[in-house]
Design a protein around this ligand. Structure first.
Ligand code: ADP
Ligand code: MG
Length: 412
């Protein structure tokens, strides 16, 4: 499984040798990510500010010897054989179909197969020849660190390089996102694939979700600040229903205020429609709170990008803490475990700020900290967290330190 000590490069290579009895022709990798700030803003046409992290998915690839595509996932110890890549179709039915071209929506295969199918539609050589491919990752699966996009972008980078096609990072990301929508059945935004494709060492990526414009934002180097990722190891079941409910409430708030998206709302417009207002139409207290989070979070995200550029880490930290409070109180997507991780981290000297990251109801929190404080968090958080919460059997908070890393590339 991921998080073995053996690097994913070694595992992907060893798997390739074992399964295909020759070394790979090409190796590519793409990182996971955390979002520094800008939560639940993506589907409201707002701003997000992710970094690529020091965990990645590695893909080894060569042309197939028999025109069938063979994929082996080392983390799952699972293999699959696929027919012509331009014949693959997503299949949402749960029954496994006799037709090998039908890919079960959401299965692990759907992520890699969707990307290969999308690429093959544009690259006939890929469709005709097929590939041998192995995957190994150090991004924990399903923890909100975007193992899915790192897998998609690594597969796309490897396959495009094998064909010799040059595809811009932006187009590559779009193709991967489309694969996640259609084959994996996940209606994700563009953030995960963008940062996996375009991340840069010591930079965050400010993405304007409405225009999909992306701008690298220089961060102070690792000697001044590191990012600590604290995985709560819990995922509360209500997450997906709550997610849909938040989207609906945001849309309802827009209708009341007469705007297309909350990106167009201002604090002044919100005040005009405060609960109890006679005219114009009033928001319900819940709509008001949800909208207030989105409006304030967009402002915080832009301010955080500005503070990063200015090297003002104290200000970035303050904005992160304010973001967490807003997600907890106004948007109500935090949970006791995430609140604990943020509270514990915020007490440590040298921590600039901390917040939950991702959709909420579990998953990860992050802290921005000096290298000394980051080391201390990595050492002390698991025990302090365990003392306050009962974790699923055999698990512990997983804490690691990262800096902003490069996006996808061919590595060998
Ligand atoms: P996240 O992207 O936050 O890690 P997702 O639920 O979006 O969580 O994606 C996780 C899914 O992506 C896994 O359940 C699996 O199907 C697929 N996946 C991700 N990484 C790998 C991998 N290394 N090998 C095989 N499948 C993977
Ligand atoms: Mg994902």
């Amino acid at each position: 499984m991921p998080f073995t000590d053996q690097p994913p490069l070694d595992r992907a290579r060893a798997a390739f040798l074992a399964h295909f009895a020759r070394p790979p022709r090409l190796v590519a990798a793409a990182p996971g990510r955390v979002n520094l700030i800008g939560e639940h803003t993506d589907y409201n046409d707002g701003f997000v500010l992710p970094i690529a992290i020091d965990r990645r998915t590695v893909v080894c690839i060569d042309w197939s010897l028999d025109s069938t595509t063979h994929i082996h996932a080392a983390d799952l110890n699972a293999s699959v054989d696929l027919p012509a890549l331009n014949s693959l179709r997503p299949d949402p039915s749960l029954s496994l179909d006799a037709d090998a071209a039908r890919i079960r929506t959401g299965s692990w295969v759907s992520y890699a197969a969707g990307v290969l199918a999308n690429l093959a539609a544009a690259l006939p050589t890929l469709a005709a020849r097929g590939v041998d491919l192995t995957i190994a990752s150090s991004v924990p699966l399903g923890s909100g660190l975007s193992s899915s996009a790192s897998l998609e972008v690594a597969v796309a980078t490897a396959a495009a390089a094998l064909v010799g096609a040059s595809i811009s990072p932006r187009d590559l990301a779009a193709l991967c996102r489309d694969a996640e929508h259609r084959f994996a059945g996940v209606p994700c935004g563009i953030m995960d694939q963008y940062i996996a494709a375009m991340g840069r060492h010591d930079h965050a990526l400010l993405i304007a979700c409405r225009t999909q414009a992306a701008e690298l934002v220089a961060m102070p180097g690792a000697d001044r600040a590191e990012v600590v990722v604290m995985d709560s190891r819990v995922k509360h079941a209500l997450a997906s229903g709550q997610y849909a409910e938040r989207r609906d409430t945001c849309r309802a708030a827009c209708r009341v205020m007469g705007i297309d998206s909350l990106r167009d709302a201002s604090p002044e417009l919100l005040a005009l429609h405060a609960p109890g207002a006679r005219s114009p139409a009033a928001l319900s207290p819940v709509e008001h709170a949800r909208a207030r989070h989105i409006i304030s979070e967009n402002a915080r995200t832009l301010a955080a990008a500005q503070a990063l550029r200015a090297g003002d880490l104290e200000e970035v930290g303050r904005l992160m803490l304010a973001s967490h409070s807003s997600l907890r109180d106004d948007y109500q997507v935090s949970c006791p475990e995430l609140d604990t991780l943020v509270d514990l981290a915020a007490q440590v000297p040298g921590v600039f700020g901390a917040r939950m990251t991702g959709g909420g109801f579990g998953g990860c929190a992050i802290a921005l900290a000096t290298p000394d404080a980051a080391e201390r968090l990595a050492r002390d958080i698991p025990a302090a967290y365990r003392a306050r919460h009962t974790l699923p059997r055999g698990t512990d908070a997983r804490v690691f330190v990262t800096t902003a890393c490069d996006g996808a590339r061919v590595i060998a």
